[in-house]
Ligand binder design. Structure first.
Ligand code: SF4
Length: 201
């Protein structure tokens, strides 16, 4: 088992990398080895396109609603492979594609990556976590430092131009109602949806 593809409910998740520029205080990687029906999301080595494509052959793709790029790492760390696999999924099975991201892909890749997602991602789900820049830094601990919060928001804003469904998320029970209202306002200003997701810890 290579831990590249794993089922979560009726979706198929794609785990391309264990690299991430953040060290979130709440990261599941600190306390768990697996999510959904995976054995372990720690990769022995990062897969290439051929390996990922071969893994898809092990699954009945009709059984899945959506293909989601999300694993024990930040998927935009492997943007070229992500885009190639998303294209393969769309051309072969016509499945909707979602990218779950920390929103720092522009900093990781050194360029605005949102235009590259056009036609390949149906949904981009970005971890907002908090409406406060200072709290974000303490919670997410990104290696890019202070610029990260604004970079994440501008990535979200850019995505709205190229991706049909852009969602910013926070985790239920971690914020006050007032903070959640500020998150909703940030999302409204950007043109993205706001979703409060269930705590998974
Ligand atoms: S961005 Fe995701 S993978 Fe990276 S440290 Fe935070 S929770 Fe973990």
């Amino acid at each position: 088992m290579n831990n590249i593809l794993y089922k979560v409910h009726d979706n198929l998740y794609v785990n391309l990398t264990n690299r991430c520029p953040c060290a979130c205080t709440f990261c599941l990687r600190q306390t768990m080895d697996r999510v959904g029906e995976s054995d372990s999301l720690w990769l022995r080595e990062e897969p290439d396109f051929e390996t990922v494509a071969a893994e898809f052959g092990r699954f009945d793709m009709d059984a899945f609603r959506e293909v989601v790029f999300c694993g024990f790492g930040e998927p935009t760390e492997r943007l070229d492979l992500l885009l190639r696999v998303a294209k393969y999924v769309k051309e072969t099975w016509g499945k909707p594609v979602r990218i779950n991201t920390n929103g720092l892909g522009a900093l990781i890749n050194g360029r605005d990556i949102a235009p590259e997602l056009e036609g390949l991602a149906d949904t981009v789900s970005i971890s907002l976590n908090t409406p406060d820049k200072d709290a974000y830094l303490k919670l997410v601990r990104p290696k890019f430092g202070e610029q990260s919060f604004d970079a994440m928001l501008s990535f979200a804003k850019e995505c709205v131009r190229y991706v049909p469904n852009v969602v910013l998320t926070t985790v239920d029970t971690t914020l006050t109602k007032e903070q959640e209202a500020r998150c909703a306002e940030l999302c409204r200003a950007i043109g993205a949806k706001y979703r409060i997701r269930a705590w998974e810890g």
